[in-house]
Design a protein around this ligand. Structure first.
Ligand code: SF4
Ligand code: SF4
Length: 337
């Protein structure tokens, strides 16, 4: 079983981390079963967020009696110190613990620093002094904020999207974290559902050059968990078949495509942008029937009501022309009906 040390935190985690966003969508009993099954099979790192509705509560229910044997990271999207303390106290209470191993700023639009007007970093430091958190981390989708966080020396971990679709700029971020002795936590290693071959995704991240990368896999179904657990004893190897698949995906998914992160939402016209703006890919890379249902036809039709307010474009961390992308996907969608 591969292990990863999260930079200068010194924390060693199983290279299979558990991303606890999807457990919001299943019952508490099913979530507790899944989390405990992961734990009893060697997974010791669980990542959640205050924003993931009841995910923290489910983690609290699963690990109340085994807390000290696992590493938990969670996130706050607070914009000021008051919001920070409220989130932290809620997370501690909800997860039935008195400390959080890694507390992360959740995708802030700027890099919080000591003495800035948000007061966020100062609050982080105080929480660490008080022993409520053990390490300070940041998550981001923006290359510029990620770079600033690394260069600032203020953060012990960075959580950033990383998969075999990574561009050169993403690879530089991974290397910069290694050089700065910062932990690198890889989110979206399946690129928000666009990568279907988990063996290829796993094999890519298992390469020695990514020895500092700790992936967190979003797990909702037992079959998904079983897949990742099976790789611990029988790691997939990058043979020619996997290489071909990676090359094909890279070709198909290169350039300006919607990652499905949802940071551009909500949309005042009620458009479910994070799926509608990548519908062409979803139709070609997943079973089509679901996406062509009446419900989805109605959702796609909402694109006709786009107000062209460009709010989404301003918020997209990948700099996409979201309204144009929606239009293109809608035109393509209609050809399937
Ligand atoms: S430009 Fe259109 S899709 Fe984007 S936020 Fe405005 S209404 Fe929604
Ligand atoms: S348009 Fe941009 S912000 Fe919106 S879901 Fe897609 S990648 Fe994310």
């Amino acid at each position: 079983m591969d292990k990863v040390v999260l930079g200068r935190t010194g924390i060693e985690v199983n290279k299979n981390g558990f991303g606890a966003l999807p457990i919001q969508r299943i019952s508490k009993a099913d979530a507790v079963y899944l989390l405990q099954k992961a734990f009893y099979n060697g997974i010791n790192y669980f990542d959640t967020a205050r924003a993931y509705t009841d995910s923290e509560e489910k983690i609290g229910a699963a690990f109340e009696y085994t807390r000290e044997k696992i590493i938990i990271s969670t996130k706050t999207a607070a914009q000021d110190a008051a919001g920070f303390w409220k989130d932290l106290e809620t997370s501690l209470k909800t997860m039935k613990t008195d400390y959080i191993d890694i507390y992360q700023f959740h995708n802030p639009a700027f890099c919080p620093k000591p003495g800035d007007e948000s007061g966020l970093y100062d609050a982080m430091l105080k929480a660490k002094e008080e022993g409520k958190i053990r390490h300070i981390g940041i998550t981001n989708h923006r290359i510029a904020v990620a770079k600033e966080a690394i260069e600032s020396g203020l953060y012990e971990t960075l959580q950033f999207p990383f998969s075999y679709l990574a561009a050169d700029a993403d690879l530089e971020i991974v290397k910069a974290c290694k050089d700065a002795d910062m932990g690198f936590i890889a989110m979206k290693a399946l690129s928000g559902g666009l990568i279907h071959n988990s063996a290829a995704a796993y094999a890519y991240l298992a390469q020695p050059e990514f020895s500092n990368v700790a992936p967190i896999w979003g797990v909702q179904r037992e079959s998904e968990l079983d897949e990742f657990l099976s790789y611990q004893d029988n790691p997939p190897v990058r043979d020619s078949a996997l290489n071909e698949e990676i090359a094909r995906d890279r070709k198909e998914l290169s350039g300006d495509f919607c990652r499905g992160c949802g940071y551009c939402m909500p949309c005042p016209a009620g458009i479910e942008i994070n799926n509608c703006a990548r519908m062409s890919l979803l139709l070609r890379r997943a079973p089509q029937a679901g996406w062509l249902s009446e419900e989805w036809q109605e959702k796609m039709k909402k694109i006709e009501g786009c107000l062209h307010c460009n709010q989404c474009m301003k918020k997209c961390p990948y700099g996409l022309n979201t309204p144009a992308l929606l239009e293109k996907n809608y035109e393509d969608y209609k050809t399937f009906l």
